[in-house]
Design a protein around this ligand. Structure first.
Ligand SMILES: NC(=O)c1ccc[n+]([C@@H]2O[C@H](COP(=O)([O-])OP(=O)(O)OC[C@H]3O[C@@H](n4cnc5c(N)ncnc54)[C@H](OP(=O)(O)O)[C@@H]3O)[C@@H](O)[C@H]2O)c1
Length: 326
C-alpha cells in the first residue's frame, strides 16, 4: 500500500483509506464482529487512514473504532468530523459547542487529541461567515485537535476553505461520475498545500459495477431514504444521480474498460492517478470489499487515452444528471 502526505500536516496516510460511515449502521445494520473484521482487515492490508464522524450511528462508528484501536493496539490516523450533530446543526455553532462535540469524539475514540477534525458540511452561511474556521484554528492551538480540515458539498465552499492558511485537508465528492475538481480545485489546493480526501469514490456503490436495478436497500440505509435528498444533501447518495440511471451509466462506463480490468479497479485507480489526492476513503460493509479495494494501490496508472475517454464520457453523458449542484 502506497502512502501519501496529508496536506500540510505532514502525516503519511495510506492512499486507500477506509470510510467508516458504514460502521454506524447507516448502510444497513452491521454486527460488531463484522465491524471489527472490516477494521482489522483494513489495517492488515496497510490502511492507516480511517474517516468517521460523530453522527455516524450517533457515535457508534467512533465508539467501534475507539474500542478496536485500543484492543488491537494500533496507531492509524483517525479523522473525524464535527458540525452535524443535533446540538450544532443547523444553528447551534459556537466555539464552546464545537469544542464540547470534539471532546466527546476524543472520548469515544480513546485519544487525548484528535489527529484530524473536519468541519462536517456545515451550512453555507456558517462556513462563509468565517468564524468557524477561526475557532478550529484556536482549537488546534489549544491542543484538542492536531490538525483540521473541512468536508464540503460544493466546489465554491472548497475554494473558500483553501484560503485558511492552517487548513490541512478538504474532503470532497470526487469520482468518475463527478470530475470537476480536477480543473477548478486541485491547482489551488496544491498551491496551498491542502490534501484532498476523496469520499464516495464508488458513487455509493454504483461504480463497483455490481449494482442492478433490482437491488433493494434496507429502510435504515440512506440509499433507500435519501435517494432524492429527503434527509440530507442529495449529492451524498449515489452522487446525486437517480439510482436506475446510475446503474445504466455504470454499464456504459464498462464499455471503456481495458481488457482484464473491472469497473471497481478503474474507478479507484482513476482517482489515485490525481497526485493532489491524499487518500481515497472507500466505504465497505464487508471485509471482502476492503480486500478488493486495496488492490487499486498496486495497479499501474490508467493510460492518457483512457483518462481522455473518461473525461469525455463524464462531460457528455453524466454531468447534467447530477442533482444538487457541483
Ligand atoms: N459529508 C461527508 O463528510 C461524507 C458523506 C458521505 C461519505 N463520507 C465518508 O466517505 C466514505 C465513503 O463514502 P461512501 O461510503 O458514502 O461511498 P462509496 O465509498 O462510494 O461507496 C461505499 C459502498 O460501495 C459498496 N462497495 C464498496 N466496495 C465495494 C466492492 N469492492 N465491491 C462492491 N461493492 C462495494 C458498498 O455497498 P454495499 O455493501 O451495500 O454494496 C459500500 O457501502 C464514508 O464511509 C464516509 O466515511 C463523508
Amino acid at each position: 500500500m502506497y502512502q501519501r502526505t496529508l496536506g500540510k500536516s505532514g502525516l503519511l496516510v495510506s492512499e486507500i483509506g477506509l470510510g467508516c460511515w458504514q460502521l454506524g449502521n447507516d448502510f444497513g445494520a452491521i454486527e460488531d464482529g463484522v465491524a471489527n473484521d472490516i477494521l482489522t482487515t483494513a489495517y492488515q492490508q496497510g490502511i492507516t487512514f480511517f474517516d468517521t464522524a460523530d453522527v455516524y450511528g450517533v457515535g457508534l462508528s467512533e465508539e467501534r473504532i475507539g474500542k478496536w484501536r485500543r484492543a488491537f493496539d494500533t496507531v492509524p490516523v483517525i479523522a473525524t468530523k464535527v458540525g452535524r450533530n443535533s446540538n450544532l446543526y443547523p444553528n447551534g455553532y459556537s466555539k464552546a459547542s464545537i469544542k464540547e462535540s470534539l471532546a466527546d469524539s476524543a472520548k469515544r475514540l480513546g485519544v487525548e487529541a484528535l489527529d484530524l477534525a473536519q468541519l462536517h458540511c456545515v451550512p453555507r452561511d456558517v462556513l462563509f461567515d468565517g468564524d468557524i474556521i477561526a475557532w478550529m484554528e484556536d482549537l488546534q492551538k489549544e491542543g484538542l485537535i492536531k490538525h483540521f480540515g473541512a468536508s464540503v458539498e460544493m466546489l465554491d465552499e472548497a475554494l473558500f476553505c483553501c484560503e485558511s492558511s492552517a487548513l490541512t485537508s478538504l474532503q470532497i465528492l470526487f469520482n468518475v461520475f463527478r470530475q470537476d475538481a480536477t480543473t477548478e480545485l486541485f491547482p489551488i489546493a496544491a498551491q496551498n498545500d491542502v490534501g484532498i480526501i476523496v469520499r464516495l469514490p464508488l458513487a455509493s456503490g454504483l461504480l463497483s459495477g455490481n449494482m442492478t436495478k433490482a437491488r433493494t436497500f434496507e429502510q435504515g440505509d440512506h440509499r433507500n431514504y435519501n435517494r432524492d435528498g429527503a434527509a440530507f444533501h442529495v449529492g451524498e447518495t449515489f452522487n446525486g444521480i437517480p439510482y436506475e440511471l446510475g446503474v445504466d451509466l455504470a454499464e456504459q462506463a464498462k464499455d471503456l474498460l481495458p481488457e482484464g480490468m473491472e469497473l471497481v479497479d478503474l474507478a479507484l485507480r482513476w482517482i489515485l492517478d490525481h497526485p493532489q489526492v491524499s487518500s481515497v476513503i472507500a466505504g465497505s460493509t464487508k471485509a471482502s470489499q476492503v480486500l478488493r479495494n486495496v488492490k487499486a494501490s498496486g495497479l499501474p496508472p490508467l493510460s492518457v487515452e483512457l483518462h481522455q475517454q473518461l473525461a469525455t464520457f463524464y462531460k457528455l453523458s453524466v454531468r447534467h444528471h447530477i442533482r444538487g449542484g457541483i
